[in-house]
Design a protein around this ligand. Structure first.
Ligand SMILES: [Fe+2]
Length: 428
């Protein structure tokens, strides 16, 4: 019985490796030691990190094997998420040669594959698989900030079609079930997804569609970035200190608004959801006299029904189908116009809740009732229960289908603006 489960994980792991390999192959050799995002490691780190993680979790901690390269196990073990005042200061020359990392990668993969053939329980391999898939997405954020000339161009479709009008829908009072129950036989889940926490949620109204670049442009033109009253103290300090006047994905050229996609600079696509930091989403919501949804409100809008039962996905209980239910699973490099996938609408008719970009919530990332840190990886979530990370829900164009589930929670700092993260407003 366990052999069938192992071969499924083995196949998924092979596909995930292909995906991360393809992303790393997009980096031109001269760019490998670049640091496209100041708060993250140089790209070279990611060439070693995925295998170091697999080795450390599976071979070292889980199986107790003797290391063949302790130095790399440690060097490539952890990513970073510093505040603005302690950015990394390492030099390109501090990092090893790629050829040495390639050898480490091959040898680790052999060891992991051998271990998986005889494993009794593929749980730790699922952990490695999901870790890799999440990095496939965050590596994409890094590549997005790499100048066009320093990466290999891929085909990316651009679609600008229709734009639905701004409207909202009433969600009646009801229960939202955050998290999930602990059951041994279940699908893999990260520690922060446990345990189940029902939240009684009063009625509210919510935007049917995400805030678009066009709508956010109104805020920019109206002077939203210069209006002190729209920002919290820390957000205002961030805006002033960094001279922020528009979303990170936007550019200006000869008085025209442009947009920076992965591979080109294009006229601002007005129908796409705006990708912004939490601080900018929050300021926009305040400007409209509204608020960002709480995690529970997101759940109500996405999974709730009038009868009080909850769906597995916004569209029902059917397994997610990319390009039917939404824009996810790395089919596209870009967002689609809001409201492009009506088959993915929730019971209450809210669009794109698990598609086209993560959704910011107003909820600070914190443990659910009954949280227990993973024994193999105790800091995975608990290192971020610091009051300075907010929960995001849903999926972006670059989120693997494997990660689409009701209980999945993503989190980022409020001023981190490299995420494919969109938002919508609620009225309480
Ligand atoms: Fe990682």
């Amino acid at each position: 019985m366990h052999h069938a489960a192992n071969s499924i994980v083995s196949k998924k792991l092979r596909e995930a490796r292909e995906q991360t390999d393809h992303l790393l192959e997009m980096v031109r050799p001269e760019a490998f030691y670049d640091r496209p995002i100041a708060e993250r490691h140089r790209l070279v780190f990611y060439a070693g990190h995925l295998e170091a993680f697999d080795w450390n979790m599976i071979c070292r901690r889980h199986l107790g094997l003797e290391s063949f390269h302790p130095e790399f196990d440690q060097l490539f073990e952890f990513g970073i998420d510093p505040g603005p005042d302690n950015l990394p200061t390492d030099h390109a020359s501090d990092w090893p040669l790629l050829s040495h990392i390639d050898q480490y990668r091959l040898r680790t993969r052999e060891a992991v594959d051998r271990a998986l053939e005889t494993a009794d329980d593929p749980w730790v391999f699922s952990l490695a698989l999901e870790h890799r898939l999440m990095h496939a997405e965050t590596l994409t954020y890094l590549l997005h900030r790499l100048p066009h000339a320093r990466k290999v161009r891929k085909v990316d479709a651009l679609d600008y079609k229709r734009e639905p009008a701004l409207r909202s829908v009433e969600i009646p009072e009801g229960d939202a079930t955050l998290g999930r129950r602990r059951q041994s036989s279940e699908q893999f889940g990260w520690d922060n997804e446990f345990s189940e926490e029902p939240v009684r949620t009063p009625g509210f109204s919510i935007d049917v569609h995400n805030v678009t670049n066009r709508q956010f442009l109104e805020f920019v033109v109206a002077g939203g970035y210069e209006e002190r009253s729209l920002w919290t103290d820390t957000a205002w300090e961030w805006v002033q200190k960094n001279g922020i006047r528009h979303p990170n994905f936007w550019r200006t050229a000869d008085g025209a608004w442009m947009y920076e996609t992965m591979f080109s600079t294009i006229p601002l696509p007005l129908s796409w959801p705006v990708y912004v930091s939490h601080a900018e989403a929050d300021a926009y919501a305040r400007w409209r006299g509204r608020a960002l949804p709480t995690e529970a409100q997101y759940h109500r809008a996405a999974f709730g029904t009038l009868e009080g039962t909850e769906r597995d996905f916004p569209w029902g209980d059917a397994a997610p189908a990319a390009e039917v239910h939404g824009n996810f699973d790395a089919i596209r490099w870009n967002p689609q116009p809001v409201g492009s996938y009506s088959a993915g609408d929730s019971f209450f008719g809210v669009a794109d809740l698990m598609s086209n970009g993560w959704e910011w919530t107003s909820t600070v990332f914190a443990p659910l009732r009954g949280f227990l840190p993973f024994r193999l990886y105790p800091g995975y979530s608990s290192n971020f229960f610091d009051g300075n990370h907010y929960v995001l829900k849903g999926a972006s164009p670059r989120t693997s289908t494997e990660l689409l589930r009701r209980s999945f929670r993503n989190w980022f700092q409020p001023h981190y603006s490299n995420v494919y993260a969109k938002f919508r407003c609620v009225e309480n």
